[in-house]
Design a protein around this ligand. Structure first.
Ligand SMILES: Nc1nc2c(c(=O)[nH]1)N[C@H]1C(S)=C(S)[C@@H](COP(=O)(O)OP(=O)(O)OC[C@H]3O[C@@H](n4cnc5c(=O)[nH]c(N)nc54)[C@H](O)[C@@H]3O)O[C@H]1N2
Ligand SMILES: Nc1nc2c(c(=O)[nH]1)N[C@H]1C(S)=C(S)[C@@H](COP(=O)(O)OP(=O)(O)OC[C@H]3O[C@@H](n4cnc5c(=O)[nH]c(N)nc54)[C@H](O)[C@@H]3O)O[C@H]1N2
Ligand SMILES: [Mo]
Length: 759
């Protein structure tokens, strides 16, 4: 929290910043580190961050450079915040919980809950109790095992995973769920890049991105950054983009907000960056309307078709298309029938501007498209991403250096967790190998993803809700519905590092099981352990904590999962040994998950190893037809009634998802508060409103209205008809049933709202 906001508690709004990072970023990082960790711990921790012999940053999933090219300080301001937040010296135990009832804790905000420090011992809330009380580990795990055993059907349990969980813990966890007999494995990915996975699987046969860091830094001529705010959420990406710019690459940012990272970047790791003018990152900023990307990319493809028609053979890569793709003729016919007026209205971008983008595309031999939540959290997210693949296929921009689709992942191991089988609908091929390795029949019926799990909990179909990390109550849509859904369970269990609101939205009984974080040393019976993670570019590598655990009572996530499995199933699959020596888990992974041969040896080589991705490696497309697929994606947008706005929910610079580090959003000029709504000046005046007025946000959906009270209006350069507010404060507005077609991801970035002056 900034000094200003702390002392006055007042919201202050200034102009958005036109430059990012530089010295202010370093000062901020160090301030957090020193406050939370003190000087010695800060140095010991931050200098090990993202190094081959250290630990992986628990913040985002941006890849690390080659070991030789890593800087001494290989982290960003927000990585430093995440690490300081975890490695803080503050902690809470039995005395804290004795002093605060659940009712009392619920009065506090999310920032306060986590700010008290790390959890130190297992806590239990008995039926009807007002306070959590200490409980021993054996008793706690025995209790969970008992409740799971007494269910009349294994599908009455739900096992949620957040994306910080290591590969080893994730593999053991899905094994436990399937051994119990359920595929109810919802995860944060369901709310995040599920739309990317779905669209990419349909189009190119693999649900992951197919570029490398070197493709961005060394090869691409043109990089499109769509629906992503790298300056805040993937700050080290700016360094890679700067490298690309310095060798002449061009960058187009497509975003309804002019985010600070696109303008002048002051690289904190170079003298030039600290004292010079900085590097202009984006050459062109396309202020698309919220949800207008499908129309925009359809228009871009149409424009490329017009150029090809004018000069046949000059625009499309016919050799690539003929050899590797199908569905081309149908897609061409659909683009021919498009009408420019619709494209312009839906995207909010003039035809001339789209044509200017097409000229940039034609001038570039190698193109990468990066994207994040600005694309995935809309009703038409899946067709939008498929249309982007169409765009890349037209000029053969896949499976060669400097080209391809690149969804930039969120949580540091969200991609790895999916690779390990955290998936409510893992394919039979995976389940067959699981059966061959462990000798039991895994369930085949698909389980519930996040939104379906909430519905099931709401409808009384769930006895036990188990969360391996995360903050389910706050991250999911329709906060009030989800809170009641959690209260409807018999038992809720959270494996966590810090207290959060989900622990206060408990079932009849509830457990908080405190675990080691990434920064902490993990010692088991066979000695010191490491775990592994997979980044956005499919690099798998080891991570080892260096700090002594916050409390001797903490257990690793692997130990908690294997401990519970032992309590449930005894020694049937060798659970105890797996918990004592993670090499045994890696051996199982090697046998079950393709691409992990010689896992143990390759995990510890500096920089790790890259998983196979056939479209990238050999232009092999594992779709049913064996070809990359052109698809037809008719342009569409959310219908916004007159007088309403389309609200997107974003992250501030001072948060990691539901973890709120402080109340500032420096780059957008916001200090000391989070209940703000960014609106175009004209839209404000049309409603007789001014900058700084107090309004309620009212969302409209078939089943009625939802209201978030008392937000301050901020006039902001976003297109007409669009608005933005922060997640998770705005989650109460997102209807549970409003999800993306095909991926079921909540439409966090297309919420139809009305502004009402606060009473
Ligand atoms: N410091 C920090 N780092 C993080 C996180 C964090 O909270 N804090 N979260 C992590 C996680 S889990 C994730 S998934 C990623 C999220 O990373 P981002 O996706 O960058 O995060 P958001 O804040 O959701 O930003 C979405 C961006 O999309 C734009 N946008 C919104 N709607 C549209 C649209 O319709 N079209 C287009 N073209 N753009 C749109 C918004 O203006 C905004 O710039 O970051 C990860 N890294
Ligand atoms: N409105 C709106 N809602 C959104 C989004 C949005 O853009 N807009 N984004 C969505 C996205 S992309 C995501 S990924 C989800 C995030 O959803 P989650 O992953 O469920 O939420 P987080 O806020 O990342 O979880 C924070 C908690 O994780 C725990 N934790 C931290 N480190 C560890 C660890 O090492 N181990 C364990 N066991 N626990 C740990 C701490 O207790 C902390 O309170 O939210 C989604 N919700
Ligand atoms: Mo995410």
């Amino acid at each position: 929290m900034s000094k200003k906001s702390k002392s006055t508690g007042q919201l202050e709004v200034g102009p958005p910043k036109e430059a990012s990072v530089g010295a202010p970023g370093i000062v901020e990082a160090m301030r957090y580190a020193l406050t939370e960790m003190g000087a010695k711990r800060s140095l010991n921790t931050l200098l090990k961050l993202n190094h081959a012999d250290g630990f992986d940053c628990p913040s985002c999933a941006w890849p690390d450079p080659d070991p030789e090219s890593r800087k001494m300080a290989e982290f960003c301001e927000n990585g430093a915040k995440a690490v300081s937040w975890e490695a803080t010296r503050k902690h809470i135990g039995a005395a804290f919980f004795a002093a605060h009832s659940i009712a009392d804790l619920r009065q506090h905000d999310d920032h306060w809950l986590e700010e008290n420090g790390r959890l130190t011992e297992p806590m239990y809330l008995a039926p009807g109790a007002t306070h959590y009380a200490p409980i021993g580990w054996d008793e706690a795990l025995g209790l969970v095992a008992d409740r799971l055993r007494s269910m009349d059907n294994p599908n009455r349990a739900v096992f949620y995973t957040s994306g910080r969980t290591s590969n080893e813990a994730a593999f053991a966890y899905q094994l436990l769920a399937r051994r119990l007999g359920t595929n109810n494995l919802p995860d944060c990915s369901n709310m995040c890049h599920e739309s990317s996975g779905t669209a990419l699987s349909q189009s190119i046969g693999i649900g992951k991105g197919v570029v490398t860091l070197a493709d961005i830094e060394d090869h691409a001529d043109l990089i499109l950054i769509v629906g992503q705010n790298p300056g805040t959420n993937h700050p080290r990406m700016l360094t890679a983009l700067e490298t690309a710019k310095r060798r002449g690459a061009r960058i187009i940012a497509i975003n309804p907000l002019p985010e600070a990272g696109f303008t002048r970047f002051h690289n904190p790791q170079s003298v030039r960056g600290l004292i010079g003018r900085g590097t202009q990152i984006a050459d062109r900023l396309v202020p698309v309307r919220v949800n207008g990307d499908l129309a925009l990319f359809s228009g871009l493809n149409r424009s490329l078709l017009e150029r090809e028609d004018a000069s046949p053979g000059s625009v499309f890569d016919r050799d690539f298309i003929d050899k590797y793709c199908d569905g081309f003729d149908e897609a061409i016919a659909a683009w021919r029938s498009l009408d420019w007026a619709t494209i312009e209205t839906q995207s909010g971008i003039a035809r001339s501007e789209i044509e200017a983008c097409a000229s940039e595309v034609i001038a570039a031999n190698r193109i990468i498209v990066c994207w994040a939540m600005g694309l995935t959290q809309h009703r038409n997210a899946v067709p939008t991403i498929r249309e982007i693949v169409n765009f890349l296929l037209l000029r053969g921009n896949i499976g060669r250096p400097g080209a391809g689709p690149s969804p930039i992942r969120g949580h540091s191991n969200v991609q790895g967790d999916r690779t390990m089988g955290i998936w409510e609908k893992s394919p039979d091929s995976f389940l067959d190998r699981l059966k061959a390795e462990f000798g039991f029949e895994p369930p085949r019926e698909h389980g519930w993803a996040t939104v379906d799990a909430i519905r099931a909990m709401r409808d009384g179909k769930v006895d036990v809700f188990f969360a391996l990390g995360g903050n389910f109550a706050m991250a999911t849509p329709d906060t009030e519905v989800t809170e009641l859904a959690m209260a409807n369970c018999q038992l809720t269990v959270s494996v966590a590092t810090k207290l959060n609101r989900s622990h206060l939205c408990h079932g009849k009984e509830s457990l908080i099981l405190p675990c080691l974080g990434r920064t902490e040393r993990d010692v088991q019976a066979s000695g010191e352990q490491f775990v592994t993670v997979e980044d956005s570019m499919s690099m798998v590598h080891a991570t080892r904590g260096r700090l002594d655990p916050t409390s001797p009572q903490l257990r690793s996530e692997v130990a908690i999962v294997t401990g519970l499995a032992t309590a449930l199933f005894g020694e049937d699959l060798g659970w105890r040994e797996m918990g004592e020596d993670y090499r045994l888990i890696r051996k199982h992974i090697e046998h079950v998950v393709p691409g992990f041969h010689s896992f143990e040896e390759r995990a510890v080589q500096p920089g790790g190893f890259m998983l196979p991705r056939p479209p990238h490696d050999s232009r092999t497309f594992p779709t049913p037809s064996g070809k990359a697929r052109f698809t037809v994606n008719p342009p569409s947008v959310v219908d916004v009634p007159d007088g309403c706005l389309l609200l997107q929910t974003v992250r501030s610079h001072d948060q990691f998802n539901t973890t709120v580090y402080g109340l500032d959003d420096r780059y957008r000029g916001i200090h000391g508060g989070r209940r703000v709504v960014f609106v175009n000046e004209q839209d404000l005046s049309d409603r007789g409103l001014q900058d700084g007025d107090s309004v309620d946000l009212v969302s409209l959906w078939g089943d009625g209205e939802r209201r978030a009270k008392s937000f301050k209006t901020v006039k902001y350069p976003t297109p007409r008809g669009c608005a933005a507010a922060y997640f998770p404060e705005a989650n109460v507005l997102v209807p549970l049933d409003s999800t993306a077609e095909g991926s079921n991801t909540p439409t966090y970035k297309s919420v139809v709202i009305r502004l009402e002056r606060s009473a």
